[in-house]
Ligand binder design. Structure first.
Ligand code: ADE
Ligand code: ZN
Length: 341
């Protein structure tokens, strides 16, 4: 493994950043899974934390999703969602993530009989506390599970209607291949009518045509992952022209075998092509690290430099869903940090 200049590492760690691709259920550490299982009397298939962690050896997205949905089964009460999200916010603060847009998967919970209101209550109270006690800003993006059907997505959108002030947008996650974006064209149109912003996972394992589909059928404003875009030069040209942000998740891509090793990751090519790439942690409890771990490992393996870091931080704020005024405030923080470090 390549080493990272200690001065660059310090710079990366302290740099103010936004995280735009974090599944809050993917921040559930094994220790918390066991604590919540005990609190709620939920039986797990693993006898202890070590054996659960030992199962985190994935061959592709589906092999991960099977364990990820099992882990989420311990979440029942508002306090469980609160504890999970607040633990993430503490990690975010430690990594100088000052703004985070959290994905959550309501269907994973409502399908088990957990009320939508319980999910919202717990996540919202954690957001309020994180702002007050840690100074971390956040928004919520509600994801539709793409292995389920359009009707289920519409039902979820209906459940979200009382919470439109608390949810900034919709996303699309779960098993990508075989579930193209077009399946959700109508529900995205309905979400747009309600004033919701939109993103979708596309081009994680799936082909470039899924990225075109997310842009054309779903009219998304950001692409989650998008690393397969380099296979299609016309698509790259379009993404650059339209300045569509890509929320890239390097450690996730290695753990899910999208790339064999970090040295093979295409983040450097994405940046060199002029794409608005960002670094994110995806499901940090499962993939070996939070934001700064993603930065450090990617920079070490790809030989990225200070200019790349500044571009990535700026891209993260520019690509966020906050107001122009708040973006300017965050970008000023990046500028001040760079001037002082
Ligand atoms: N749900 C949680 N993490 C995901 C990922 N990386 N891709 C698709 N769905 C997910
Ligand atoms: Zn993801």
């Amino acid at each position: 493994m390549n080493t990272l200049d200690p001065a660059l590492e310090k710079f990366l760690r302290g740099l103010p950043k936004a995280e735009l691709h974090i599944h809050i259920e993917g921040s559930l550490e094994p220790e918390l899974i066991f604590a919540l299982a005990q609190r709620n009397g939920v039986k797990l298939d693993y006898p202890d934390v070590d054996s659960l962690r030992a199962a985190y050896a994935f061959s592709d997205l589906q092999s991960f999703l099977d364990i990820y949905y099992a882990g989420a089964s311990v979440l029942l009460k508002p306090a469980d969602f609160h504890d999970m999200a607040y633990a993430y916010f503490e990690r975010a603060r430690a990594d100088n993530v000052i703004h985070a847009e959290l994905f959550f998967d309501p269907q994973t919970h409502t399908e088990r009989g957990v009320p939508f209101a319980a999910v919202m209550e717990g996540l919202k109270s954690a957001q309020v506390k994180a702002k007050a006690e840690l100074g971390v800003d956040s928004e919520l993006i509600m994801c539709f599970l793409r292995h389920l059907d359009e009707d289920a997505a519409f039902e979820t959108l209906e459940l979200a209607k009382p919470y439109l002030d608390d949810i900034i947008g919709v996303g699309l996650d779960s098993a990508e291949v075989g579930n193209p974006p077009e399946k959700f064209e109508r529900v995205y149109a309905a979400a747009r009518e309600l004033g919701l912003r939109s993103v979708a996972h596309a081009g994680e394992e799936g082909p470039p045509s899924y990225i075109h589909g997310a842009l054309d059928a779903l009219k998304v404003e950001r692409i989650d992952h998008g690393v397969q875009s380099l296979k299609d030069p016309a698509l790259v040209e379009r993404l650059v022209r339209e300045q569509i942000p890509l929320t890239v998740c390097p450690l996730s891509n290695i753990k899910l075998c999208v790339f064999k090793q970090m040295a093979d990751h295409n983040l450097r090519e994405l940046l060199d092509a002029g794409l608005v790439a960002t670094i994110n942690s995806d499901d940090p409890a499962y993939f070996g690290g939070y934001m700064n771990q993603n930065f450090v490992e990617t920079f070490a393996a790809l030989g990225l430099n200070r200019e790349h870091a500044i571009t990535l931080a700026e891209n993260s704020f520019r690509g966020s869903f906050v107001s122009a005024e708040r973006k300017a405030g965050y970008l000023a923080q990046v500028e001040a940090y760079c001037a002082a470090n």
